[in-house]
Design a protein around this ligand. Structure first.
Ligand code: PLP
Length: 389
């Protein structure tokens, strides 16, 4: 299989597996243990906290380990709502992940108000609308994703933070798709909260982190034994935490070694080949502010559902533009928020590359897409699609 669905999840890096294995085998003690065996476990957690903090330019005590992006996002919204009940409003965009959208619904159920700021047709947040949405003393939190999981569009985080802070609101960024792909520096960006997930950066599923700036208060979402300095209870997922630390370290190494430009070139080559054969292909999202790993595009009148079946048979793993919930295709709220028609959304595919992909995989995938598109059109009795390669 050629795996081009890294925005869904990434393969665990063998070096990450090496880092976590000792904590599944010999070092299995509970980190809270008073006996000697607990010590290496606690040391591993300290190291991982430093590794994650270093990646974000944060301080170790600002990192809370969680079960992943979803929990981190839920925790931020719940905490802000609980601690600042008089500031009723939450500002989000229509292109957020379900974790934020569903947490926003809870915010509303708890008597708060949610303001949805529109995005432009290229998926970038409308900053004028954001400015207008801010209500000093009333807006508690602005929660906007750093990079979109469907299109890869990057948010103007610096401007977002400036606008929110000028109105006295806190800022959370869901950086689950951004971390590991673009530099994410919480200090220079001045975000107050940030969520990340291990399985998007070649660590296993079920581990993530939440950055909470020392400047802001935080109320725990999960209560119990008071782990994570009373901020997230539950016996720590030590193997996952060690894995996340190692994955964070590898991200930093790969920022230096040309991996980014290699993936970028691969993604561009893939898009170039598909476009050369199917000139009416339309790439979604801002071309200049887009993750170098992500390619989301519409092949007009070529149903994505049929494409997914053919591509699966050809050994290519990718996604439809529509979110897949419990194996059913639902229209994409992200594309809808960008003004893409339901028809075009149903003809959208997403390919997301990672560091283990190769140029030849990108080329094979492009030919498979071209062949599959021809077949889908032929089956519909429509031979008119221009295919030049
Ligand atoms: N936010 C974004 C942008 C995502 O892409 C995802 C996962 O798909 C999440 C949040 C949820 O993260 P997790 O799967 O770790 O709960």
């Amino acid at each position: 299989m050629i795996y081009l669905d890294a925005n869904a999840t990434t393969p665990v890096d063998p070096l990450v597996i090496d880092a976590m294995l000792p904590f599944l085998c010999e070092h299995y003690a509970n980190p809270a243990s008073s006996y000697a065996d607990g010590r290496p476990v606690r040391q591993a957690m300290d190291l991982a906290r430093e590794q994650v903090a270093d990646l974000l330019h944060a301080q170790p005590e600002e990192i809370i380990f969680t079960s992943g992006g979803t929990e981190s996002i839920n925790a931020v919204l719940a905490s802000v709502r609980a601690l600042w009940p008089e500031s009723r409003e939450l500002v989000i965009t229509g292109t957020e992940h379900a974790a934020a959208l569903e947490s926003a619904k809870r915010w509303q159920r708890q008597g708060g108000k949610v303001v949805r700021v529109p995005v432009h047709a290229n998926g970038r947040v409308d900053l004028d609308a954001l400015r207008e949405a801010m209500r000093p003393g009333i807006t508690a939190l602005v929660s906007i994703m750093w990079a979109n999981n469907e299109t890869g569009v990057l948010a103007p985080m610096r401007e977002i933070v400036e606008i929110a802070h000028a109105a006295g609101a806190l800022v959370h960024s869901d950086a689950v798709q951004a971390v590991g792909k673009v530099p994410v520096d919480v200090k220079s960006m001045h975000v107050d909260f940030l969520s990340l997930s291990g399985h998007k950066i070649h660590a296993p599923k079920g581990i993530g982190a939440l950055y909470v700036s020392k400047r802001v208060r935080f109320e725990p979402f999960i209560l119990g034994g008071g782990q994570e300095h009373e901020r997230r209870s539950g016996t720590e997922n030590v193997p996952g935490i060690a894995a996340l630390g190692a994955a964070a370290d590898l991200v930093r190494q790969h920022f230096e070694d040309g991996t980014k430009s290699r993936i970028h070139a691969m993604r561009d080559r893939f898009e170039h080949l598909v476009h050369a054969a199917i000139p009416n292909m339309r790439i979604h999202g801002c071309l200049t502010h887009r993750l170098h790993t992500t390619s989301s595009f519409c092949l007009p009148e070529v149903d994505a559902a049929g494409m997914l079946i053919l591509l699966d048979k050809a050994g290519i793993a990718c996604s439809a533009g529509s979110a897949c919930h419990a194996n059913a295709l639902h229209s994409s709220h992200v594309l809808e928020a960008m003004g893409v028609s339901a028809r075009d959304a149903a003809c959208t595919l997403r390919f997301s590359f990672h560091r283990f992909n190769t140029k030849s995989e990108a080329e094979t995938a492009a030919s498979a897409v071209i062949k599959a598109a021809q077949k889908v059109r032929a089956e519909r009795g429509d031979e008119s699609m221009v295919v030049t390669a």
